[in-house]
Design a protein around this ligand. Structure first.
Ligand code: CAA
Length: 281
């Protein structure tokens, strides 16, 4: 495998492009918005510089990584020579389905289609294509250059060959693949989001303040970030969407998003990206 297309230049898309290009793959980074592509390349350069300063990479690796990334506005041209496409656009099912349909239309017959979705059904995305056996989930974690996990999701139509190829690729880029079946929230968010929601409920009930709740998990459970800080980092709207997918998927009210979470979103306080969530940035 040499050519990998990444659709979406946001936080996850640029992180995935960074890691793939650093490991020698030719990356076609696709976003219909020029400003998003420009911002993605600036972020990749900034994060490579951070790795260079810490002696994790050398100058040649930084330059090779940047030279390995080519930007495109259109899926049709950006996927033409790809052996793998990784979709990393916003968590809206209809948008992802349309991108899968288009990628399937323009990609070569052997190309694997992966989604970085954090909760949408891989089997359903596969059904938007004519190659369901070549569709798989590759759920990267933010910040992608740092986090070791890639949660690999096997859809019900996926082939053993597709799974083996993606597991091998994940190891090649220095990450650890953890394979799970397709179910709401997979494993990562099925476990993470109830913890975040519970922390928000405790805050809502006045059991303690945000910093103390976070300190308890940081100092007592060795979490690098407390659940409320992590929710701000992920985005409160994203957390809300995932909780709704869990509630609907399992038909269980225990996943119902806390009122305080909804209140923050209504006020436009979505976390780090808007300058305020449970904390101010
Ligand atoms: N690119 C490259 N390197 C980066 C980086 C980036 N974007 N961000 C951080 N780093 C590096 C730093 O340079 C630093 O390197 P050294 O160890 O060599 O010094 C290291 O990572 C740690 O960073 P910092 O010193 O700046 O800060 P920190 O120690 O507070 O760590 C953190 C920052 C890595 C984000 C840490 O707080 C952490 O692990 N937080 C939890 C992150 C997490 O849980 N992510 C998963 C979110 S869920 C998700 O993504 C998916 C979903 O479906 C919702």
């Amino acid at each position: 495998m040499k050519n990998i297309s990444i659709i979406g230049g946001g936080t996850m898309g640029n992180g995935i492009a960074h890691v793939m290009a650093l490991h020698g793959f030719h990356v076609q980074l696709i976003d219909k918005n020029d400003a998003a592509l420009q911002k993605a390349m600036q972020t990749i350069e900034k994060n490579l510089e951070r790795q260079l300063q810490k002696n994790h990479i050398n100058v040649d690796q930084k330059e090779m990584t940047l030279a390995n990334i080519q930007c495109f506005n259109e899926i049709s041209t950006g996927v033409a020579s790809s052996e793998l496409i990784i979709e990393a656009v916003t968590e809206i099912e209809s948008t992802k389905m349309e991108i899968f349909r288009l990628a399937d239309l323009h990609a070569s017959p052997n190309c694997i289609l992966a989604s970085n979705t954090s909760s949408i059904s891989i089997s359903k995305l596969a059904e938007a294509t004519k190659r369901p056996e070549k569709v798989i989930g590759m759920h990267f974690m933010n910040p992608v250059p740092v986090m070791k996990l890639v949660e690999i999701i096997e859809g019900k139509h996926g082939s053993k060959e597709t799974l083996e190829t993606i597991v091998k690729l994940t190891q090649t880029i220095g990450k650890t693949p953890c394979v799970v079946k397709d179910a709401p929230g997979f494993i990562s968010n099925r476990l993470l989001m109830p913890m975040i929601n519970e922390a928000i409920l405790a805050l809502q009930e006045g059991i303690s303040d945000a910093k103390t709740i976070d300190d308890i998990m940081k100092l007592g459970m060795a979490h690098p970030m407390g659940p409320l800080q992590l929710a701000d980092y992920i985005g409160l709207d994203v957390c809300h969407n995932i909780l709704c997918i869990l509630e609907e998927g399992f038909q269980n009210a225990k996943y119902h998003p806390a009122e305080l979470l909804k209140g923050k979103i209504d006020k436009g306080k979505l976390g780090v990206k808007t300058g305020e969530g449970f904390y101010k940035y």
